[in-house]
Design a protein around this ligand. Structure first.
Ligand SMILES: C[S@@+](CC[C@H](N)C(=O)[O-])C[C@H]1O[C@@H](n2cnc3c(N)ncnc32)[C@H](O)[C@@H]1O
Length: 236
């Protein structure tokens, strides 16, 4: 039996060396899907309004968003639907749209060319090319692409990028099939997990929506939106 065992002390070293490679590989799998289907996906995402997708949390935050110009960050901005909507909510708004998939970013730039939106090629968890702080950060249908081991780092980086009285909004895809896990590098998500990570990182879960059907009417898909803030932040 001892002949089959590798020395225990070599395992962490191998894993540590492999970790960045594995992370890159996972990102490539999910980006490859978006890269190959960018035009068709962007057309689909543009078929619904941002308001139809984000009605739940907008009910709570829209008056605050309308009250003053805001700095907004849309991570995994896709076709630019939400970035354009956020930019147009107030004349002085400035939106940074982060999109790691080049082909989707091209579509997004096209859909936001008349809005105050700056596109940045970057990805969670590091978001190393994004600077400054933001009053509202939106992750719409993106969290399921992050492997669970990257989520604490991603949330810590989002916390850094959030202004002390700002809001982080996530829409969680509650259903992920085995095929999507394999072919689109998706992972299960849960409100409890996000809440635990937020608490560990000194943030507070301020709002959880009821599970909602899919705005694009795809059968079997349901979503939940969350609003997270800094430790002392309350809903407006
Ligand atoms: C389902 S689409 C959602 C697009 C858009 N937010 C929307 O709601 O229509 C997922 C998006 O997340 C992006 N994405 C995947 N992994 C990411 C990562 N690690 N960091 C940032 N964005 C990522 C994809 O390129 C894609 O644009």
């Amino acid at each position: 039996m001892s002949g089959k065992c590798r020395p225990c002390h070599s395992q962490p070293t191998d894993l540590v060396r492999l970790f960045p490679f594995l992370l890159r590989l996972e990102r490539i799998v999910s980006l490859d899907y978006y890269q190959r289907h960018a035009t068709e996906l962007a057309t689909r995402y543009q078929q619904v309004s941002a308001r139809a997708v984000h009605g739940d949390w907008l009910t709570l935050l829209e008056p605050w968003l309308l009250a003053a110009p805001r700095r907004l960050l849309d991570v995994g901005a896709g076709s630019g639907r939400d970035a354009a909507f956020l930019a147009e909510l107030h004349q002085g708004n400035m939106v940074v749209a982060v999109e790691p998939c080049q082909a989707l970013a091209v579509q997004g730039q096209c859909h936001t060319c008349e809005a105050a939106v700056v596109w940045v090629n970057d990805a969670m968890p590091a978001l190393s090319r994004v600077t400054g702080t933001f009053d509202l950060i939106l992750l719409s249908a993106v969290w399921m692409h992050l492997p669970p081991k990257s989520r604490p780092l991603a949330l810590a980086r989002l916390h850094e990028l959030l202004s002390p009285d700002g809001y982080l909004v996530l829409s969680l895809r509650l259903t992920v099939s085995e095929l999507e896990m394999r072919e689109r590098a998706m992972y299960p998500v849960a409100v409890d997990e996000v809440e635990r990570l937020a608490l560990e990182g000194g943030m507070t879960l301020l709002h959880v929506s009821e599970p909602q059907g899919d705005a694009l009417a795809r059968t079997g898909l349901s979503w939940q939106s969350l609003i997270i803030g800094g430790e002392y932040v309350r809903l407006p």
